[in-house]
Write a protein that binds this ligand. Structure first.
Ligand SMILES: [Mg+2]
Length: 126
């Protein structure tokens, strides 16, 4: 299954690293969209078919948590799987995100962690 991916991170280097990692896992990607903050991320989501969003937390303009809250308020966006990749250290915030249905991955991450999360979310394997 090939998917359309959205990567939201204020660091261009980080976006490139996440994409490289996903390609290494063998995930078949059709379209890859990038955004530098939550507002741009929402814009991409509203204008393109996205199967999976990978989202950073700390970003200017609009952070990842607010972006995710806006997604959850929007019937057309709320079912899109979200993986948050962050150095976030606050357990309270991580749990808050998990309660919103988000998969949380700590930075630095391993390729296997991302692969397993993606496979699980997209139900390509159990
Ligand atoms: Mg950031």
């Amino acid at each position: 299954m090939a998917i359309n991916l959205l990567i939201v991170d204020d660091s261009k280097v980080m976006r490139a690293m996440v994409l490289k990692t996903l390609r290494m896992t063998g995930l078949e990607l059709t379209d890859v969209h990038e955004a530098a903050n939550g507002r741009e991320g929402l814009d991409r989501l509203e204008n393109h078919w996205i199967d999976l969003a990978i989202v950073d937390i700390n970003m200017p303009v609009m952070g990842g948590e607010e972006m995710i809250d806006r997604m959850k308020e929007n019937p057309e966006l709320k079912e899109i799987p979200v993986i948050v990749i962050s150095t976030e250290g606050s357990q309270a915030r991580i749990e808050r995100l998990q309660h919103k249905g988000v998969t949380f991955i700590h930075k630095p991450y391993s390729a296997e962690t991302i692969r397993d999360a993606v496979n699980h979310l997209l139900k390509m394997e159990d």
